[in-house]
Write a protein that binds this ligand. Structure first.
Ligand code: AMP
Ligand code: MG
Length: 336
């Protein structure tokens, strides 16, 4: 009997590859992106059970938020239904609308009709005519989304897309799930979002790489209990007639945001805030992003310019360094 249980434990370790010193890991495709969850748990069994729960939560949120799945609450609202939102969607929408307001509409969760017109939702890319775009921009405006308790009914023509904040929100929920289970060390990669719980098991900070626009890495961040979220033009784009069109849309014009930035990385306590702001600051461009940060200094950011320049806010001075091909380039520090 003893032998059998020992065999079971060895088999479990072989299957999961996790132990007290090795994290339990799970890789999955969800929310249109590749995700990796790594958790240091009290036992392999506890780690595996947590990862199972986390994967279930990701699938559940994906099912609620999807713009293409007819079963999702967002899909139903976008197709003219009055929907009673479930708790996570209501909370996410409320917080996302707050970020839309704070960023003066640079983040706008109703920009979906324009995103779709460029083909970013289906991959059937096209460049819309000016007249089509100006008609679509008429339908964009987060201020027209009114929540009555948990009831959401969108005005005619208005459509929601929480894709700019969904992964950050998911990271926050998984962090809470792991924390409640007593985990003090976990790292999650949800597409361009990294979310760290605590430190590495040895007490040292997590090292998170910041991607270089042309491939490889531009820098490394050392963080504890932070979300690191990047929005970059290189993450999704298409080319036509020598022009590049990226997936981040300026809600004021309905056109891809072109502000000279290659990427914006936000370092914040919350994944949702980081996710919303990475998209918003990309749309704002450097000057407005700096002004916004001076008025709302509860986060930090890294800007990589299309011209190969790099700038960080002063809070990252001690924990960010340029890396690889970017090492040795000037790094500008943005101060208050
Ligand atoms: P992210 O990758 O977090 O920067 O979010 C970009 C995604 O959000 C895009 O693929 C669009 O689906 C959507 N989106 C694009 N531009 C905006 C915007 N200005 N505000 C809100 N969502 C946007
Ligand atoms: Mg975002």
């Amino acid at each position: 009997m003893r032998r059998l249980s020992l065999l079971c434990i060895v088999l479990l370790l072989l299957l999961t590859g996790c132990s007290v010193s090795e994290p339990c890991r799970r890789e999955l495709m969800a929310m249109d992106t590749f995700m990796t969850l790594s958790v240091y748990a009290q036992s392999p069994a506890a780690g595996e059970a947590l990862l199972e729960e986390a994967a279930g939560e990701i699938r559940r949120l994906e099912g609620l938020l999807s713009v293409t799945d007819p079963g999702s609450e967002i899909y139903q609202a976008n197709h003219g239904g009055a929907v009673s939102l479930s708790e996570p969607v209501r909370e996410l929408l409320e917080k996302a609308l707050e970020l839309c307001r704070e960023t003066g509409g640079a983040l706008d969760v109703t920009v979906y009709p324009a995103v779709r017109a460029w083909g970013f939702t289906t991959g059937e890319y096209r460049v819309p005519e000016e007249a089509e775009l100006s008609a679509l921009v008429e339908r964009v405006g987060y201020g027209r989304v009114a929540l009555d308790g948990d009831r959401l009914a969108l005005p005619e023509g208005v459509e929601l897309d929480l894709g700019s904040v969904g992964k950050g929100w998911t990271g926050d929920r998984l962090t809470a799930l792991f924390r409640e289970a007593g985990v003090s060390s976990a790292i999650m990669e949800l597409g361009g979002n990294v979310q760290a719980l605590g430190t590495k098991p040895d007490g040292s900070p997590w090292r998170v790489a910041v991607q270089a626009p042309g491939g490889g890495y531009a820098g490394v961040l050392e963080i504890v209990d932070k979300a690191v979220v990047t929005s970059g033009g290189y993450q999704r784009y298409f080319e036509q007639d020598g022009e590049t069109y990226i997936h981040i849309i300026d809600p004021a014009t309905g056109r891809p945001a072109r502000t000279g930035l290659a990427s914006v990385t936000i370092v914040a306590d919350s994944g949702l805030q980081g996710d919303g702001l990475s998209t918003a600051l990309f749309v704002m461009g450097r000057e407005k992003a700096e002004a916004f940060w001076r008025g709302n200094p509860d986060f930090d950011f890294i800007l990589l310019g299309e011209d190969g320049t790099a700038a960080i806010t002063e809070g990252l001075e001690e924990c960010f360094s340029l890396y690889g091909g970017w090492e040795g380039r000037p790094l500008e520090i943005i101060r208050k």
